[in-house]
Ligand binder design. Structure first.
Ligand SMILES: NC(=O)c1ccc[n+]([C@@H]2O[C@H](COP(=O)([O-])OP(=O)(O)OC[C@H]3O[C@@H](n4cnc5c(N)ncnc54)[C@H](OP(=O)(O)O)[C@@H]3O)[C@@H](O)[C@H]2O)c1
Length: 242
């Protein structure tokens, strides 16, 4: 998809990969609607992008709050124009330090699913119909290797990401034959706050720079028509998984 001039919604854009995605899309000429809960941090990203000559707007909101979803979609279209690119990047690990499933509170699991699965589902429902009517759209679900590997203590997060991957596949099957594409992208390990929260002892020099990963994801969006819709892709190699 040609990105220049498109409305793009990025959740979790106040730091880490989301901030890097926002900056990379802005450099390609996207008109950005950026979502996160920390309003001050979000505005810093908006100011950064505007300072580089890009267009960005802040929508402070919690994607896990069902009442926030239609206001997010409405504000995004009002501020950035019709949203043709949606990136579900906001995510929570749940309680940290990460816990064994038997020690995970049911409410923690519910919250992880609300943010990582139900929020992206609601937002996609709010946005994908418009993409279909306009005849173009790319929806990216940011995944994780935890979606396919069973790591002890990553249960709530893993289950949410596995379900999100499958949501992407089913959306793709239901939109087959239309111009709306769905991609699930595993960004790989990156030096971000989430990684520090999950693995405080990790060596940051062994982790990818989110700016490099964001550039790979932007290039996957640019070539989305070539990948099978619903594909699970690795951003750090761009290799398609079965
Ligand atoms: N870092 C890694 O090694 C790694 C590996 C595999 C996959 N991933 C995935 O990559 C994506 C980005 O992760 P990251 O490492 O950049 O994480 P991060 O640095 O912790 O950033 C997470 C972003 O999501 C936002 N967010 C969290 N909960 C939210 C909510 N309820 N509503 C709205 N925004 C919310 C945060 O902002 P606020 O706190 O202000 O809301 C922040 O902007 C996630 O989907 C993650 O699962 C990361």
């Amino acid at each position: 998809m040609e990105i220049d001039g498109r409305g793009a919604l990025v959740t979790g854009a106040s730091r880490g990969l989301g901030r890097a995605l926002a900056r990379a899309l802005a450099r390609r000429g996207a008109r950005l609607a950026l979502v996160a809960r920390d309003e001050k941090a979000l505005w810093l990203v908006v100011d950064e992008i505007r300072g580089e000559g890009g267009e960005a707007h802040a929508i402070p909101a919690d994607v896990g709050d069902k009442h926030a979803v239609y206001p997010i979609a409405g504000a995004a279209a009002a501020l950035a124009g019709p949203i043709d690119i949606a990136i579900h990047n906001a995510s929570t690990l749940g309680a940290v330090p990460l816990r064994l499933l038997l020690d995970t509170d049911c409410e923690d699991l519910e919250r992880v699913l609300a943010v990582n699965l139900v929020g992206p589902f609601r937002l996609t429902k709010a946005l994908a119909g418009g993409m279909l009517v306009r005849g173009s759209g790319v929806v990216v679900f940011v995944s994780s290797d935890a979606a396919v590997s069973a790591y002890p203590r990553w249960g709530a997060y893993s289950a949410s990401k596995a379900a999100q991957d499958h949501l992407s596949r089913v959306f793709a099957a239901e939109f087959e034959g239309t111009p709306v594409r769905f991609l699930s992208v595993d960004p790989g390990e990156m030096d971000t706050r989430m990684h520090r929260d999950a693995c405080p002892d990790a060596d940051p020099s062994a982790l990818a720079d989110p700016a490099l990963v964001a550039r790979r994801i932007v290039s996957l969006i640019e070539t989305a028509e070539a990948a099978p819709s619903g594909a699970r892709l690795l951003a750090q190699t761009s290799e398609a998984l079965p």
